[in-house]
Design a protein around this ligand. Structure first.
Ligand code: HEC
Length: 148
């Protein structure tokens, strides 16, 4: 165990303060705008690009949090909400790794997510629907996508 500085905010509190509003208490998301992370986000770790994606999405990369806080909240979320999907050889994110991912801006988040989802599907791993396809059956009511 690495000793944490005494002032470090526990990851569950980081989640409540910064992520909960969109991702919801059990990471179930908001149909039509925020994808479910529960029993889904761990799948992305099976691809190197997926591992990067989890740290590159705008809600993560632009959060007012340090690299260390992002690493800790992502590791906590993965183990709390998506443990069954995590690869057996999972190595937790480090602050250094997050630092490098965060500098890379995703140009098209939805397209990146769909490409990863298709590659994962081919490997037998199913991630949750993205907000846009979740609302595809509701004509005339475009999803109110929250601004990060
Ligand atoms: C304003 C709403 C909002 C906030 C706040 C937010 N997110 Fe998100 N998050 C989203 C949306 C919407 C997506 C889907 C990708 C996209 O369109 O940006 C997403 C995607 C993700 C993903 C990728 C998983 C997937 O299935 O696509 C992760 C990981 C994630 N968020 C983590 C976090 C963390 C950690 C925080 C807090 C530091 C956070 N988010 C805060 C809205 C939000």
């Amino acid at each position: 165990m690495i000793a944490l500085p005494a002032h470090a905010t526990p990851p569950d509190q980081i989640y409540t303060l910064n992520c909960w509003g969109c991702h919801q208490p059990h990471a179930q998301g908001i149909p039509g705008s925020v994808p479910r992370l529960a029993n889904s986000m761990g799948c992305f770790l099976h691809l190197p690009e997926g591992r990067a994606y989890l740290a590159e999405v705008p809600g993560v990369a632009s959060a007012p949090l340090s690299d260390d806080e992002i690493a800790r909240v992502l590791n906590w979320m993965l183990l709390t909400f998506s443990r069954p999907q995590i690869p057996k050889d999972f190595i937790p994110y480090t602050a250094h790794e997050i630092h490098n991912y965060r500098r890379h801006k995703l140009v098209n988040v939805t397209a990146t997510r769909r490409k990863l989802a298709a590659e994962l599907m081919a490997m037998g791993l199913q991630v949750s629907d993205d907000g846009e396809s979740a609302s595809a059956g509701a004509p005339g009511s475009p999803p109110a996508r929250p601004k990060p």
